[in-house]
Design a protein around this ligand. Structure first.
Ligand code: EPZ
Length: 434
C-alpha cells in the first residue's frame, strides 16, 4: 500500500486537463449490457473503479479491451447474470448492472452492496422501482435476485429523494419495457444526461434530460453505440479548490463550466477570481500585494442534489474553509456520515466542530496550520487531505491512498505538473488504526 508525501505551502500554477467522469463511465459501461454488439466508449478514465467494472462485465460474458482512453465492450453473448460479492464489495456501483441485465435477460443476481464509510447507502429505491415495472425481487444470502415472470411493463416510478444510480438503473431497466415509464423526482446530474444521450443514440426513446421527470417509451431493441464520457466535474472542482487553497493560478482545460454552477458561485464568494471559457475554468487568487495572500472569505455551503452544491466536493471545500477568514457552516444533507475527514483535518490544526449534519469551521491563518501524518478514509476525504496538505506549511503524509486511486486519474502527476511537491512512497507499516 502506498502513501502520499506532500511538502506544503507552495502555490499551484499552470494548466491541467480533466479526465473522463468516473460517475458517468460506470453507468455507461454497465449500459452496454442492454444492447448486444460491440460498443466503443471514448474518454474513459483509467481508475480502480473502471477496471473493476470491466472485470464485472467480463464475468458476465462481455469481452473488453482498453486502448488509451478508448474502451471497447462487446456484449454480444452474455454467459451469466450474477455480480459476485467479491467484486461488489470493492465497488458499490456494481449495482448499476441490475437495470441493464433486467432489460436484456429478465434476470439478475447481484450481491447486495454493503454500506461504506460515508453511509448505509441502501438500494431500496432501486428495488421498489424495479417492482413497479413488474420485476420480482428477493433478498437471500446477501444477494438481490431480480426476475421477470412475464414481461416488463412501463409504469410510474417515484423517488423519495433523487437517487443518481437509482435513476440510472430505472432508465436502463425501462428502455425495453412494453409501454411507457415515467420517472418522477429523478436525479438531474450531468452523468444521468450522459447516459440518456448514449441510450437514445442506441435507439431508446427517453425525454426529459436534465429535468426531474423522465419519460421512457419502451422500444423493441437497441443497437450498439460509439459514444463519449463527459469530463469529470468532481475532479475539476477538486483542482479548482486546490488552486484556491494554495494560491497561484490554475486552469483546468477540457471541462464543462456549466456542470459546476454551485461551486463556481461559492468560490467567487470566497474572493478568488474565476475565469470561464467554453471548455476551461481558471482560478486566480488575487495578489494581496505586500505581506502575503489575501484572506479567503468564509462561506457557508449546503450539499444538495444537482444543480445544488455537490456532496462529492464537500470535503474538499471544507479543507479550503479551514484557512478562511471567519466561520463557515457546512451542512451535509445527502449522506449521514460524510465528515470522516474532520478528525484528520484537525490533525493539521484545523478548528472544526461537528453538530449533527453540520460542521462549523473556524478559519485559521495558514501559519497556524501545519502538516502531519493523516489517514484517508474514503475517496473524497482523501482529496480533502491532499488539498489541506498542499496548502499548509510542513510535511503531510497521507496513508491508505488506494481510496484516491478509485476516483482520480493520475492525480499526483497532475499536481506535480502544477508545481506541487508531492510524491507517492511505499508505506512501511501496514498497521494503522483498524
Ligand atoms: C452517486 O451515488 C455517486 N456515485 C456518488 O459519488 C454521489 O455522492 C451520490 O450519487 C450523490 O450525488 C456514482 O454515481 C457511482 P444516491 P448513489 O442514490 O447513486 C439515499 C463519489 O465519491 N438513497 O444519489 O449511491 C442515499 O442513502 C461517490 O464519486 C436511499 O435511501 O447516491 C443518499 O442519502 C460517493 N435509497 C441519497 O439517497 C436508495 O435506494 C442519495 O444517494 C438510494 C439512495
Amino acid at each position: 500500500m502506498d502513501k502520499i508525501v506532500i511538502e506544503g505551502g507552495r502555490p499551484l500554477a499552470g494548466t491541467v486537463r480533466a479526465s473522463g467522469a468516473k460517475n458517468a463511465a460506470l453507468p455507461l459501461m454497465a449500459a452496454t449490457l442492454v444492447a448486444p454488439g460491440s460498443h466503443v466508449l471514448h474518454n474513459v478514465p483509467d481508475l480502480r473503479d473502471t477496471r473493476t467494472m470491466l472485470r464485472l462485465l467480463e464475468t458476465l460474458g462481455a469481452s473488453c479491451e482498453r486502448q488509451g482512453t478508448i474502451v471497447r465492450i462487446d456484449t454480444t453473448s452474455l454467459t451469466g447474470a450474477e455480480a459476485p460479492y467479491e467484486l461488489v464489495k470493492t465497488m458499490r456501483a456494481s449495482v448499476l448492472v441490475l437495470g441493464p441485465l433486467i432489460a436484456r435477460t429478465g434476470y439478475a443476481r447481484v450481491s447486495l452492496p454493503g454500506g461504506c464509510a460515508i453511509g448505509a447507502r441502501p438500494i431500496d429505491y432501486h428495488l421498489r422501482g424495479f417492482e413497479q415495472l413488474g420485476v420480482i425481487t428477493t433478498l437471500a444470502e446477501g444477494y438481490v435476485e431480480a426476475s421477470v415472470d412475464t414481461v416488463l411493463k412501463g409504469n410510474v416510478v417515484y423517488f423519495d429523494t433523487p437517487s443518481v444510480t437509482g435513476t440510472e438503473n430505472l432508465i436502463t431497466a425501462s428502455v425495453l419495457c412494453r409501454g411507457t415509464t415515467v420517472i418522477k423526482n429523478a436525479a438531474r446530474e450531468p452523468e444521468v444526461g450522459n447516459l440518456i444521450d448514449m441510450l437514445n443514440a442506441m435507439g431508446a426513446d427517453i425525454e426529459g434530460r436534465d429535468s426531474d421527470r423522465l419519460t421512457v417509451r419502451g422500444v423493441e431493441r437497441l443497437r450498439p453505440v460509439e459514444t463519449e464520457i463527459i469530463p469529470d466535474r468532481i475532479e475539476v472542482g477538486t483542482f479548482l479548490i486546490a488552486a484556491a487553497a494554495t494560491g497561484g493560478e490554475v486552469t483546468v482545460a477540457g471541462c464543462v463550466p456549466g456542470h459546476l454552477p454551485a461551486l463556481i458561485e461559492k468560490l467567487r464568494s470566497t474572493g478568488v477570481d474565476i475565469g470561464e471559457t467554453g471548455d476551461s475554468l481558471t482560478v486566480r487568487r488575487k495578489d494581496a500585494g505586500a505581506g502575503g495572500r489575501p484572506a479567503l472569505k468564509s462561506v457557508d455551503i449546503r450539499t444538495m442534489p444537482y444543480p445544488g452544491f455537490p456532496t462529492d466536493l464537500q470535503a474538499q471545500f471544507m479543507a479550503l474553509m479551514t484557512q478562511a477568514d471567519g466561520v463557515s457552516v457546512i451542512h451535509e444533507t445527502i449522506f449521514e456520515n460524510r465528515f470522516m475527514h474532520v478528525a484528520e483535518l484537525r490533525r493539521l490544526g484545523a478548528e472544526i466542530k461537528v453538530d449533527g449534519s453540520a460542521a462549523i469551521v473556524t478559519g485559521r491563518r495558514r501559519e497556524e496550520l501545519c502538516g502531519a501524518p493523516v489517514m484517508a478514509t474514503d475517496l473524497r476525504a482523501s482529496a480533502s487531505l491532499v488539498i489541506a496538505g498542499l496548502s499548509v506549511p510542513g510535511t503531510t503524509e497521507i496513508s491508505r491512498v488506494y481510496h484516491l486511486e478509485r476516483g482520480y486519474e493520475n492525480m499526483v502527476d497532475k499536481l506535480r505538473e502544477l508545481g506541487a511537491a508531492i510524491r507517492t512512497e511505499r508505506e512501511e507499516n501496514q498497521a494503522g488504526a483498524t
